[in-house]
Write a protein that binds this ligand. Structure first.
Ligand SMILES: Cc1cc2nc3c(=O)[nH]c(=O)nc-3n(C[C@H](O)[C@H](O)[C@H](O)COP(=O)(O)OP(=O)(O)OC[C@H]3O[C@@H](n4cnc5c(N)ncnc54)[C@H](O)[C@@H]3O)c2cc1C
Length: 379
């Protein structure tokens, strides 16, 4: 494993940092009231979509996708550095900036889309003209997706879908969904256009990023050309084409942890208690030492898994390890940061307070910590 970063990737990361400073932060300042309300609504989403379109133009969108569809063809390791950079900025409006799941294009669609699906769904996603959502989870089927009840019944010319999904990120704003349903051939993935399903209640979350909602399929017709790949292969496709996607949460965790640690360190230098900066106390120094040690471990693990994935090695288990470790690590680091800030760390408006709420979901979504441990144990 090495941590040499090619000069062009360093430049790319610097460019992304400048893009956020130049294009996104002024937008945040202009819409401060909306952002501080702490809710995602249409106006907020439109600002994020504006950032996405600017990102497409600047060449920072869908960098993980192959070049022949307009992607940046970056490898997993390079994408780790890019994602870390964006996470470190913690900008409210960067939600769609990179195109990562569930919003933008994905490799399953790239590898399996028919010519028609490519034109209608993949390419508009690549151009940042539309966004998508991934509808897998149901009230009785989360970690255990084999328990889904949503059905797809074959009819002339297509399928009729019935069922209900919940916790679906971007459901209120997506132009179409990737839907997991049980058909006669087994678990299958379909593309469902807006209008063929009904978005139910928005599910307000601890993070305040209220983009999760219920989705209802009531005799929803999807044409047969909207089946992705073949019937019955959805789980196989997810493993084959989206297995590496679990790695995305590791660099986001690292970026958030690094930001929390940096802010806490600065605060500890500035904050005076008992006549001296609190950083002069060993108790505080040890918290920072633990943060930095865990950040180092998380990075080493993530970069190793990413580089081995880039080399074509099967690192399904190692990706689970990196996802597990980094998403748990960011929780500990941010918790210590809040402690170092004292009461100020608990107050709204403080970045570490926001990080504390935002990072919690990373141990649950994208395969919970327990599911990652299960994968590791079975591998
Ligand atoms: C903010 C947010 C965004 C989300 N976005 C999406 C989305 O866009 N699309 C989508 O389809 N879903 C989405 N989800 C759903 C997410 O994928 C599920 O919440 C997750 O898979 C866990 O499922 P569950 O909530 O039903 O919990 P359950 O599966 O019921 O699990 C409950 C607890 O039991 C544990 N557990 C379950 N099985 C085992 C086992 N065998 N051994 C040990 N422990 C076990 C779990 O780890 C967890 O701690 C989102 C969730 C959140 C919170």
């Amino acid at each position: 494993m090495h941590h040499n970063v090619a000069p062009e990737i360093k430049e790319l990361c610097a460019g992304i940092r400048q893009f956020i400073e130049r294009e996104v932060l002024p937008m945040e300042d202009e819409h401060r009231e909306l952002i501080e309300a702490g809710e995602v609504n249409q106006e907020f989403f439109d600002l994020c979509a504006d950032v996405m379109r600017r990102s497409v133009k600047a060449g920072y969108f869908a960098l993980y996708m192959p070049e022949d569809v307009g992607g940046g063809a970056l490898g997993e390791y390079e994408m780790c550095l890019v994602r870390e950079e964006v996470a470190r900025q913690m900008s409210h409006l960067c939600m769609l900036m990179l195109g990562d799941l569930p919003f933008g294009p994905n490799k399953m669609l790239y590898h399996l889309a028919s010519e028609g699906q490519r034109e209608k769904y993949l390419m508009p996603l690549m151009r940042g003209e539309v966004t998508s959502a991934i509808a897998l989870t149901e009230p009785d089927a989360g970690s255990d997706l084999a328990a889904i009840r949503t059905s797809a019944k074959r009819v002339e010319g297509g399928y009729v879908i019935n069922g209900m999904k919940h916790f679906i990120s971007n459901a209120p704003y997506a132009d179409f969904l990737h839907v997991l349903a049980k058909s006669d051939g087994g678990y299958s993935m379909f593309l469902a256009d807006k209008g063929t399903y009904r978005v139910g209640a928005v599910q307000h979350s601890m993070g305040g990023d209220d983009i999760q909602a219920e989705v209802y399929f009531d005799d929803s017709f999807v044409p047969e050309e909207n089946l992705i790949g073949e019937e019955g292969k959805a789980f196989h496709y997810a493993m084959e084409f989206l297995g590496n996607e679990r790695l995305t949460m590791a660099p986001f965790s690292i970026g958030m942890a690094e930001l929390a640690n940096r802010l806490a360190k600065q605060y500890a230098k500035d904050r005076i208690a008992f006549g001296k900066p609190i950083i002069e106390n060993q108790a505080i120094q040890w918290m920072i030492a633990d943060n930095e040690t865990e950040l180092y471990a998380g990075r080493a693990m993530t970069y190793d898994a990413a580089q081995r994935a880039d080399a074509g090695e099967n690192v399904f288990k190692e990706i689970s390890m990196a996802k597990l470790y980094c998403t748990e690590m960011v929780g500990r680091v941010v918790d210590r940061a809040v402690q170092i800030f004292g009461g100020a760390g608990y107050m709204k408006g403080n970045t570490v307070e926001r990080l504390y709420r935002l990072c919690r979901v990373m141990r649950i979504a994208g395969g919970s910590s327990e599911i990652q441990r299960m994968i590791i144990a079975r591998s």
